[in-house]
Design a protein around this ligand. Structure first.
Ligand code: ADE
Length: 244
């Protein structure tokens, strides 16, 4: 999986991506990140990338020509590495509160791609014409507004990367953690056996794997029902359909 970020603040993305699990996977060559700075594609002598919105209003809008230049550069790099067909079919994900809400299912869909271009906006957004021309997926990380798309891009890249085979040391954890089966994850415990008077549940010390699995499923269901009744209902509907 090769990520290409188009942004005005590549350091924000780089720092996170190259730390911890994604950083290790990048060092091993399992995933990669190429940061393209949109400012490098400004024709303005002061390297301006934004301008006043037509029709008036607050804030500045990112110019379409600079964004398009950065996009073309990403495409050229992909074409050099993987060929024209791969470059033509590369999805361009625009991080925006106007997008579809990101989810585990979307992360799984993106994880099947070989290349992803991720576009990060700033200020009052990006000129609509370039978005119409290049964007294939509008993605939001939730119903709130953050100051730019960079942090959102890091969220998406992290969630996608951990589903790419071999990124997680222990391959099974991507299958057992929250959302993988439609439930939130059961609680975990480690040593010491007693902490501030709280004991590790007896069943986890029993060595009886079937009982441990049963307990974990019960806890996952209980937690999901309390915290995310919407997910719980969907899970139960799925189970009913399986039994029909
Ligand atoms: N940029 C600003 N807010 C955002 C959000 N909620 N999701 C994705 N990108 C954003």
């Amino acid at each position: 999986m090769n990520f290409y970020s188009l942004s005005l603040f590549p350091d924000m993305i780089n720092e996170c991506f190259n730390t911890s699990i994604t950083g290790r996977a990048a060092q091993k060559g399992i995933i990669s990140l190429t940061n393209i700075n949109i400012r490098d594609f400004s024709n303005d002598k002061h390297l301006k990338v934004d301008d006043y919105p037509y029709g008036g209003g607050a804030g500045l809008v990112m110019r379409p020509d600079c964004v398009y230049g950065a996009f073309e550069h990403a495409r050229t790099l992909i074409e050099k590495q993987s060929g024209k067909e791969a470059a033509d079919k590369t999805r361009v994900v625009y991080m925006t509160p106007r997008g579809e809400t990101f989810s585990h299912a979307k992360a799984q869909e993106f994880a099947k791609e070989d290349n992803l271009i991720i576009l990060c906006g700033h200020y009052e957004g990006i000129d609509e014409r370039v978005l119409e021309e290049i964007v294939t997926d509008n993605i939001s990380i939730g119903d709130y507004v953050i100051t730019g798309g960079e942090i959102a891009a890091v969220v998406v890249m992290d969630a996608v990367s951990r589903l790419v085979p071999e990124v997680l040391g222990n391959d099974t954890s991507a299958h057992t953690d929250s959302f993988a089966d439609g439930l939130l994850e059961y609680p975990q415990y480690t040593r010491p056996e007693e902490f501030h008077g709280r004991k590790v549940p007896e069943v986890l010390l029993s060595g009886h794997h079937a009982n441990v699995d049963k307990w974990r499923l019960e806890k996952a269901m209980e937690l999901t029902r309390q915290v995310r009744p919407d997910l719980y209902e969907e899970y139960m509907r799925g189970k009913d359909e399986e039994n029909e």
